[in-house]
Ligand binder design. Sequence first.
Ligand code: ATP
Ligand code: MG
Length: 590
Amino acid sequence: MQHSGRIWYNIPIMKWTKSLIQTLRENPGDAEIDSHKLLIRAGLARKVAGGLYAYLPLGMRSLRKIQQIVREEMDRAGALEIVSPILQPAELWRTTGRWDTMGPNMFKLRDRGEHEFALGPTAEEVFTDLAKSLISSYRQLPVTIYQIQWKFRDETRPRFGLMRSKEFLMKDAYSFDVDADGADKSYWNMYHAYERIYERCGLKAVPVQADGGDMGDSMTHEFHVLADAGEDGIAFCEGCGYAANLEKAERRVAPRADADCPAYEEVHTPGAKTIDQVAAFMGLPGSAFVKSLIYSADGKPVMVCVEGDRDVNDVKLKRFLGAKKVELADFETVLRASGANAGSVGPVKPADASLRIVCDIALKGAKGRIVGANKDDYHLKNVDLARDCNIADADFADLVIAKEGDICAKCGKPMAIKRGIEVGQVFKLGTKYSAAFNAVYKNDKLEDHVMIMGCYGVGVSRTLQAVIEQSHDKDGIVWPASVAPYQVVVENLDPDKEEVTKIADDLESALEAAGIDVIVDDRAERPGVKFKDADLIGFPVRVVVGAKGLANGGVEIKRRCDDKSKMQIVAPDAALEAIKALLGDPAVRT
Ligand code: ATP
Ligand code: MG
């Protein structure tokens, strides 16, 4: 601390030897993707148990910077920050029925009085209940409330470090409006705030249309960071810019002009259960077959037929059938409905003559196909779906998961499939929650109306790792300046030499005073070790201060992403300006 007149200036200084930074040479055994390996090796976080991490000082600094960007953009968008308890009473969840429908993803517990609680996996119920108690008049609307709070989900497969953990930091916001137009404005207001958030984090995140599930009018976008390590598939059309996740992506199918085929006949296919096995047995491609599956839609059996080389899209199926739940039927249902076991099911004369058969649109007009014979170990060839099956015209629809080369429903160009990491989502909820809570406002005639809601999530901790996934090289992380743990590392190569240390420390103070955060590597280590660590952690700017360099003209400055040829040598008193220039536009810094 320096004393100047009556004011105390507290300039934070950070020396590596006091920083608890520990880098690791070895990749952690459970890390499958680069960002997870780097997160641990660079000493940003440590695993406490499966899906549970401690954020170490370096990781905490980046997390705080991301949080701050999120907070500033929420505030700029007019949202109000609050914080609600992680521990949420069961009765709120029972109001919407989600206490039962959330399933095992929710951590549930009891207090000593046997009252039931959940560790919040999200907070629609809590916020709707709060809005109900805080809002009574249209004059208070529209309003958007948000928090940045830890969330808990008992994920089936926690993995990839912070990407899918059991405890994670989420920004969740909820908007309340008087009508659909207002809700639309709130939605796009948040959508644009999200674009700014990811841009300021140095991330390329693309908005993609997603399926709204059972909620409201189902308008929703997910923001994805494109990366091969992403868990989600996204269909992109270069022609018109359409982007949708695979559950949602709609495709156009050209009408078929299949040649007429003779009457169908039975083929014995002993032991061949899957399409691949039957295809290999008959020496034909998967597309010559019709894949037929018996589903249970809200408990009612239905046969679903798609081309042999395609997969049924459960989300599209559920939406098409207007069902609450669809799942593959158990084997008894399959046997009862079709007359055969799963490998031999087909749309020609199933045992249950009243069984509804729904087909993917690509099968409309299909002739000469091979289908299960509804008799174990037999298939039928030369099937003409219109001639030989009892399928209503209205039961042909887009029911498959989109794949590479499918035709864009909007513009007719082929679509590409890429992988993405979902870092956020904006969602129009309609009145699903507000109706359940009877969250109403009074209009100017003092009549009650249910509020229209939206909800908006940013995976703050997942975003941290997504930045690493999108921005690294073989040596380590390449942080964008806005979210780097420190923007500058000053490498003091001769910490035992007073004149060198003074120059390093003076530069540190000058940088801090200029609002640039800096760490001085004051370890008595070989330069090679120090440079390797600097590259691994990925500070945006590296400054080298050493006796040899000073004798040769000054300090060496380079950006993390520059190679040695771009290194500048400047006099110590010119270093601050040179660093500022390298860090670029101050607007990108926090
Ligand atoms: P996912 O499909 O990846 O499981 P989600 O769609 O269920 O995520 P949301 O309910 O939309 O997640 O939550 C908002 C954001 O929180 C997500 O966009 C994601 O960035 C983040 N998130 C969700 N689950 C996790 C998790 N287990 N670990 C880390 N971040 C998560
Ligand atoms: Mg989501």
